[in-house]
Design a protein around this ligand. Structure first.
Ligand SMILES: NC(=O)c1ccc[n+]([C@@H]2O[C@H](COP(=O)([O-])OP(=O)(O)OC[C@H]3O[C@@H](n4cnc5c(N)ncnc54)[C@H](OP(=O)(O)O)[C@@H]3O)[C@@H](O)[C@H]2O)c1
Length: 308
């Protein structure tokens, strides 16, 4: 059992050696990360949701970016993995969540002498996209870039247990509906990333340590059409496909984004679908020393409910 930093009068501001602070630890990536890292080190979770618990981890709860609890969490931790982000919503909210929060964390990391700042950015920043999410990720990268030493990870679309947004949503559609919508012509290429690979990269970034900026993607790209065919094969279901033109969908997603907290499809996702991904991840693999999980294997792990 790791020491409780709150025990004793002087425990309050003492940095716990080897500890890692994870922001957004109740999200898809953050939760998987906390579960993986807590096996080998003290993990601190910085979250807003007061009902959050993670066995063996210390939680810090905050309401606002300038909350004292944020400083307490940073000052108690040796390294920071910043996962929290707002993926869609109003511009001001996204700026506050993705840029202002990052600025505060970086300023506190500097003040309290954090040993490394790891930022989970997004591969979107490489795609010339100009939506609010991508812009705030770019701005946040700039903020993190001023902290020494830092590691910026730019993952492509991630799949794994706990994901409700992308691949798991498609699996749900294939399982439940009589027809499957394919957005656009389905020729664009994706390079889905298995969550287990991202966890190995983060562990290696911490332990290496590895500094710098890296694209993190799956081993190979696949067209949307071929990906759907793979899902049909793995799920043992062959469903009719309905093609939906993207120009019809975009205005609808803009409206959905305004009225829903959890829209089925966002304008960013539509813009994303139009872009091709076909990356060589050789440099990433040699920097972090891991074996990337082939898509078929990762999907089988996800479908079998096995651990990452
Ligand atoms: N999932 C992917 O495919 C993917 C791909 C590339 C990059 N990423 C990046 O990976 C990171 C994690 O993504 P995810 O898929 O795990 O997203 P997620 O499941 O939506 O989790 C997001 C986390 O951020 C927190 N958050 C949201 N708004 C916040 C705010 N205003 N202040 C503080 N915390 C806030 C959420 O906490 P609450 O529950 O309190 O809202 C949640 O813990 C993000 O930085 C994302 O940009 C994800």
């Amino acid at each position: 059992m790791f020491p409780d930093i709150d025990s004793g009068f002087f425990g309050r501001w003492i940095m716990v050696k080897g500890s890692v602070l994870i922001t957004g630890a109740n999200g898809f990536v953050g939760k998987n990360l906390a579960a993986a890292l807590k096996k080998t080190r003290p993990v601190h979770c910085l979250v807003r949701d007061k009902s959050f618990t993670m066995r063996g981890c210390r939680s810090f709860f905050f309401d606002r970016v300038d909350d004292e609890e944020v400083e307490r969490a940073v000052s108690s931790s040796e390294k920071i993995v910043h996962c929290a982000a707002m993926l869609h919503g109003p511009k001001e909210g996204m700026h506050l969540a993705n840029v202002a929060f990052t600025e505060r964390l970086v300023a506190l990391a500097r003040r309290h002498g954090a040993a490394q700042f790891i930022f989970i950015s997004s591969e979107n920043v490489l795609q010339g996209l100009s939506d609010t999410y991508t812009k705030t990720k770019r701005d946040a990268e700039e903020v993190v870039g001023k902290f020494t030493p830092h590691t910026v990870l730019r993952p492509t679309v991630i799949y794994g247990p706990g994901d409700t947004k992308y691949v798991s949503r498609l699996i749900g559609i294939v399982r439940r509906y009589p027809v499957v919508p394919v957005l656009g012509r389905g020729r664009n290429r994706f390079q889905f990333l298995y969550i287990g690979d991202l966890l190995r990269v983060v562990e290696s970034a911490i332990d290496g340590p590895v500094f710098g900026t890296y694209l993190i993607a799956g081993p190979k790209s696949i067209s949307y059409n071929d990906f759907m065919a793979l899902l049909f094969d793995l799920l043992g279901k062959k469903k009719p496909v309905v093609r939906v033109p993207l120009f019809l969908l975009r205005p609808l997603t803009i409206l959905l984004d305004r009225v829903s907290d959890s829209p089925t499809l966002t304008p960013t996702q539509i813009d994303n679908i139009k872009k091709d991904r076909d990356y060589d991840i050789g440099d990433t693999v040699s920097a972090f020393g891991y074996v990337p999980t082939p898509l078929r294997e990762g999907l089988l792990l996800l479908l079998s409910g096995e651990c990452v």
